[in-house]
Design a protein around this ligand. Sequence first.
Ligand code: BG6
Length: 602
Amino acid sequence: MCGIIGYIGGRRACEVIVKGLKRLEYRGYDSAGVVTGDGEGLHIRKGAGRIDPLVSELGLLNMPGNRGIGHTRWATHGVPNEINAHPHTDCSGKIALVHNGIIENYLELREELRKKGHTFKSDTDTEVIAHLIEEELKSSRNFEDAMRRALLRLKGSFALGIVYAGEPDRLYFVRNESPLVLGLGTGENFAASDVPAFLEYTRKAVFLDDGEYAVLTRESYTVKKLKTGEKVEKPVQEIDWTLDMAEKSGYPHFMLKEIYEQPRAIKDAIHGNSDLIPAVAEEIAKYSKVFFVAMGTSYHAALVGKYLFQRLAGKIALVEEASEFRYEAENILDGDSLVIAITQSGETADTLAAMKLAKRKGAKVMAIVNVVGSMATRVADITLYTHAGPEIGVAATKTYTTQLTVLTMLAMELARKLGRMREEELKTLEDEFMNVPQLVESVLSHAGGLEELAESLKDQRDFFYIGRGINVPTALEGALKLKEISYIHAEGLSAGELKHGPLALLEEGVPVVAITPSGRLFDKMVSNIEESKARGAMVVALSDSDELRETADVLVEMPPVNEALTPIVYVVPLQILAYHLAVLRGNDPDKPRNLAKSVTVE
Ligand code: BG6
């Protein structure tokens, strides 16, 4: 996700815009740019890097004009550099715009426009939009009409800020699946991705809905439907958040905000990868030796990937912690090996080292990454992005479920290519997969009881998380989340392992969290729950089956979901439980002690 801020009024637009961009940096910070307009036309300055250094490097505060739009970028298409930074313009330079979201059909539109003589400067999906409006302008009555017709051809998510040199008295802002809100002043008006950008000037806000656009002038705003151009009446809301709360969209911590962003992030991971998966799955199918390497939460995603490859596609994959692989794998790597690195930051030293070892040994290297342009994307031969947006909380949440989303897409396509699943079975699974964002949404909306559960467990000193099959990694991830932010000791393990040692640790009241979806392993899990209870354990079961209401001490009700999709859905309550326990124990979940968001040293 990126940050957009627009202004039109009596002040110098660049001053308002630079301040607003600083307030929005948590939405993305790999590059930034500003366009302002005055009687002479449009002025654009942009570059790679964070806002602060760019202000002096580019002289952002010396830009003329009292209308303008700024953008701080979280790259999705095109590495973070000056050319790919927003704003982007059409051939004439009279149309400039900034974008937050993902245009799915940009490649075909770019091809069509190239054939009509348009030349492109950047690798971004965004630039296509400016040229599309320019093309429509040739046959439209006015700019607004051309803009509407162009935007109706876009597929995907887009919040846009658009300025046209031929209309010095207005700005346009469009919302479709990415947030945009208007700020209403006196003799001035604002628009932004989020309210922090203009909160110091006004608390009057109008939230746009999907498929709407606003025409902003100094004195007025008009909201219209993109499809029809008809006016829409919108309520004006009074924002009563503090600035700090506003940066977290009203959530007390970034981690909780990022947990609740998961339905949107999973949708973006699907949008951003659907066209790429077939070719990448084709590539994976060629290799007889497949290795996943990763660290931390990403390592747990890799374990889920292994289960998915094996169960859906019959594809064997080894999983190694990168910190081990980098010292132990040199004699098993060769030209017939594929190493798939999973790393949200793309900068984890151990993972990068494992990737470089693989390259030296002639293996093919793939990466599943969240940060566009990070080192891992430069080492890898093939990169798939998770499109989760910036994850500010140190403990991974939405980057984990989007990693699982990409891995599930790959496994399903591999199953198709290797003929390991009947087409109708695969189709059913794919339909259920497309419903995962809604399933996560429903888990989030029924998470109320978890805070109370956390309250009852906050003085416990040892937790056990147990699961079977594809949910062994879910148990490991649940335990890691708890350790990372609440500092309570927790152990994740396969439920079958309990009787081979860990059972000796169970005594009265020790919490055992059992990931127990109905299905072929359900009965096995029930017996593990019973053997835990026989030792006095306090069992919290996550399940879609009512059968556990008597057996478990607490039942966290889950929606029915295909076994292959349970890791994405079942991790969400574990994230929330860990979050509440951390807060109840007086910790800051966003900045847990001793840890870092990305460990770039060994
Ligand atoms: C840790 C983070 O430092 O690194 C974890 O706190 C993360 O959240 C792990 O899972 C691996 O990071 P990455 O960027 O390689 O996925």
